[in-house]
Design a protein around this ligand. Structure first.
Ligand SMILES: [Zn+2]
Length: 277
């Protein structure tokens, strides 16, 4: 991740393709296959959602993300490693104001029993519910007001999950051959196969992480209440595109960056321990 001036947005740069870039905007969404991918001409970058969620939640609007491969490293399947790196590096507050997308009236999208909607609210809040026909994971639901602090504590550590049946299916198709037990919680018929859960409801928390990352593709942090039921990357990104099209449903408002940052124009929001470096 490299610093970028105001109005750059989040841009992925492929150093292995001579520095070709693709912007993290909904116009470039292409290829949803268990993760969100971006494409522009010959450039492709996969699995952007966890990093985008970390960036938008830590108040980072402008950054160049340089990669030497077509995929953002999955790490442990959560956003926690990205949070650690960003906090260690520090964040520079630019002098231009942050522009938020404030929701003025409800916007909704359903596909079968999958639903997602945005409602006016004074804060960015997410309600997510999931339901599966599986003995270990029937129904989970959570509502959380998303701030930098709540994201870091409650959402970022929640890991990707998958069902053993799906892993076996993917393996038969020659996919997911690389260490899926290290970077996802795998749910078997009788229990979680690897790792202890980080939260009792880690699964729905991860869905909140995913939808924050996918919604970041609208290009602005959102002020509104996002409500989703049984969504996935395809539904989230289709909704992000719809939100951008319904221009009468929102307005851009200017605000200061995350409240934890200092008031000087060049203030650095990093833990005190690393601020001196
Ligand atoms: Zn995810």
């Amino acid at each position: 991740m490299k610093p970028a001036p105001a109005d750059t947005g989040v841009r992925f740069r492929r150093s292995d393709l001579g520095g070709l870039e693709v912007a993290a905007t909904v116009q470039h969404v292409g290829g949803i296959n268990y993760a969100t991918g971006l494409t522009r001409d010959a450039v492709r970058v996969d699995t952007v959602e966890h990093l985008l969620a970390a960036l938008v939640s830590l108040g980072i609007d402008n950054v160049i993300v340089e990669l030497n491969s077509p995929e953002v490293p999955i790490m442990d399947g959560s956003a926690a490693p990205f949070i650690y790196l960003i906090q260690e590096a520090g964040v520079k507050q630019l002098s231009s104001p942050r522009r938020y997308m404030k929701i003025l009236r409800p916007i909704a999208l359903s596909r079968g029993d999958k639903r997602i909607a945005l409602y006016p609210s004074d804060h960015f809040k997410v309600t997510y519910s999931i339901a599966y026909d599986h003995p270990l994971l029937r129904h989970q639901s959570r509502t959380l007001r998303i701030t930098e602090e709540s994201f870091v504590e409650e959402i970022a550590p929640a890991r990707t999950y998958t069902f053993l049946k799906e892993v076996e299916m993917l393996r038969q198709q020659g996919l997911a051959l690389g260490g899926s037990l290290e970077n996802a919680v795998v749910i078997g018929d009788t229990g979680v196969l690897n790792h202890a859960l980080r939260f009792d409801d880690e699964f729905v928390r991860h869905k909140i992480l995913d939808v924050i990352g996918d919604m970041a593709l609208v290009g602005h942090p959102v002020i509104g209440h996002l409500v989703a039921h049984r969504g996935g990357h395809a539904l989230h990104t289709a909704f992000a595109a719809q939100v951008l099209e319904e221009t009468d449903a929102w307005t851009l408002v200017e605000g200061t960056a995350a409240p934890s940052t200092g008031d000087a124009a060049d203030a650095v929001s990093a833990p005190d321990a690393v601020r001196a470096s």
